[in-house]
Design a protein around this ligand. Sequence first.
Ligand code: ADP
Ligand code: MG
Length: 344
Amino acid sequence: MAELRIGGVHKAYGPVRALRGVDLVVRPGSLTAVLGPSGCGKTTLLRCVAGFEAVDAGEIRIDGRTVAAPGAAVPPERRRITVVPQEGALFPHLSVRGNVAYGLDRSARRAGRVASILELVGLSGFEDRMPYHLSGGQQQRVAVARALAPRPPVVLLDEPFSALDAALRSEVRHDVRQALRADGATAVLVTHDQAEALSIADEVAVMRDGRIVQSGPPELVYSSPADPWVAGFVGEAVWLRATVDGDLARTSLGTVPVDRAAGTAAASTRVLLRPEQIDVVPLGDASTVAAAVVRRDFQGHDALLVLRLADGTEVTARIFDPSALPYALGDRVGLRVRGRARAF
Ligand code: ADP
Ligand code: MG
């Protein structure tokens, strides 16, 4: 299993500073999702790691060996890295078997590597199909199987699921995750889709304007975002004005225990809650805060309610059983906060 270390990497295209000092360590055998909005430099970062672009400053190391630094670049084919592009780009004139076997030597072919990797991505029995007789999801699985077949130590995936529709996406995602794990590959997947990053990755690295602004396990990045921008990008955010005293915050939803993000000094600040931390209950209980329902956003498996407090603040609550949603627009309800808020 290989370790990937990226330190202080800069890359500009003329006046466009695409990477502005990227630092990232990808643990051996882990899957790290680089999550950021379109244009923040994700593809450029993968291209630098793969060796398709030279870096202007900084260093990229694989298992301690420098593969990229100014004036010192190992060519792509000698980095032992494979890239799975956004659209699989299969060889159209080769069967599934032909595509997957393409990068394999004879001994690997004889050892049944094609069959075993196809089984891992859920495509046993598809060996003789041609790409144009496959669905989009199946083509993407073949592209992943082709990339993984030679057992590369490092696999880079550039938004590999974005062309698939929602239902298929989670299934293919799961299969690909499993295949990466079975091989012990060290993988970096870039995406602008926060749900995808949180669901698939061991570590999430949030990227903004050519830098990694926070990295850590998905649960930690979601519950303890480093700054307000990260908080809003990795999930729904509820912002409340607050007066913070020690580890308590006085807010318009009552007094709530609070954690402080690094560098938070001011007593008067704003605090973050997630919508699932706000319980909506029938009005009446004295321990709740009264609010009116101003919007309902039904999402199938759950629903969001936008609620207005007496002071005009609007907050969003997540309701987990929308089929039992008893609240209509204009209804008055009680709100109660669960867990801890986060101050910035
Ligand atoms: P992402 O993959 O996160 O959408 P990219 O790495 O593709 O971001 O792009 C980062 C920035 O670099 C963008 O401003 C983009 O327009 C610019 N860029 C990317 N590739 C080139 C290129 N070959 N020439 C000039 N500018 C580029
Ligand atoms: Mg991109």
